[in-house]
Design a protein around this ligand. Structure first.
Ligand code: ZN
Length: 278
């Protein structure tokens, strides 16, 4: 994977360099089958596991970038957004001239599915409140609230790693999933603890759910101004919220916050080597 600078108005665009630079824009219209991870598909061409990189872009305020891939899957690295944040910071971030356009929520949207819930409410900034309830002695009910500005994302969310349990492993492998999963790229839960401690935060699990949510909501194509509340949601509900918002133009408006809030791009190209989770 290689990240390249891109002019204002580009948004985030993936390029399959192994397929004649076929382009897939990181927008809701291209969302494919969503279960264990978020994938994009256009004309039968797939890009898998976009959420951690897109989350890093939102956290760093990168609006425009070309992401080259020579494979259908993004590198999983350590299972968090931290390595992406570091590589982008190393390349440098440049302000562009054009003011950044935000998607400002005007009316609330609430979606329920069994005991899962996701909603977004009008607000002047982007915040997330996420709750999970996972039957494991180290997790149980966890809630994490964060204002995604002032460096909070970088400190509290980016380092949180994905997780999976030893007990579910064989069933998932039988479905052809997590073929590359290892203790290097996720927290491995055992029946009553974790195999590869220590945790980076005692509530790392719910923080990773926030990371995923931010990455999935990036498919709105713009930074959001609104308060997002989620309870036991997942990729499918995150992306369902995105398409629900985009379908109804009375729910939001496009705004610029101030003339100083311009779009941003990376300064030079940076690359990460592959490491596969799937
Ligand atoms: Zn994730």
């Amino acid at each position: 994977m290689r990240i390249l600078p891109a002019p204002s108005g580009t948004g985030i665009v993936f390029q399959r360099v192994d397929l004649d630079r076929f382009e897939i824009e990181a927008i809701s219209r291209n969302v494919a089958r969503v279960s264990y991870a978020t994938s994009l598909m256009k004309k039968g061409v797939l890009i898998s596991t976009t959420e951690h990189l897109l989350s890093a872009f939102i956290g760093l305020g990168i609006d425009n970038a070309i992401v080259e891939l020579d494979n259908l899957e993004l590198p999983i690295l350590d299972g968090s957004a931290q390595p992406f944040v570091e590589m982008i910071r190393k390349a440098g971030i440049r302000k562009q001239r054009r003011p950044r356009k935000y998607l400002k929520i005007r009316r609330e949207v609430e979606m329920r599915e069994g005991n899962k819930f996701i909603a977004v409410y009008p607000a002047d900034s982007y915040s997330v409140s996420y709750s999970i309830n996972f039957p494991h002695p180290l997790i149980g009910k966890e809630t994490f609230q964060v204002q995604l500005s002032n460096g909070s994302y970088l400190r509290h969310i980016a380092p949180a790693r994905t997780f999976g349990s030893r007990q579910d492993e064989q069933a998932m492998r039988n479905m052809g999933l997590i073929r590359g999963a290892s203790s290097e790229n996720c927290i491995v839960l055992t029946r009553d603890g974790i195999e590869n401690g220590p945790l980076r935060f005692s509530d790392e699990f719910v923080r990773h759910k926030v990371l995923d949510l931010v990455g999935d909501l990036a498919l709105l194509g713009k930074q959001i101004l609104g308060k997002v509340v989620a309870d036991r949601a997942g990729h499918a509900m995150h992306t369902a919220l995105v398409s629900r918002i985009l379908r109804d133009k009375t729910l939001w408006e496009e705004v610029t916050v101030s003339s100083e809030e311009t779009a941003r791009e990376v300064v030079s190209s940076v690359q990460a080597a592959a490491g596969s989770a799937f």
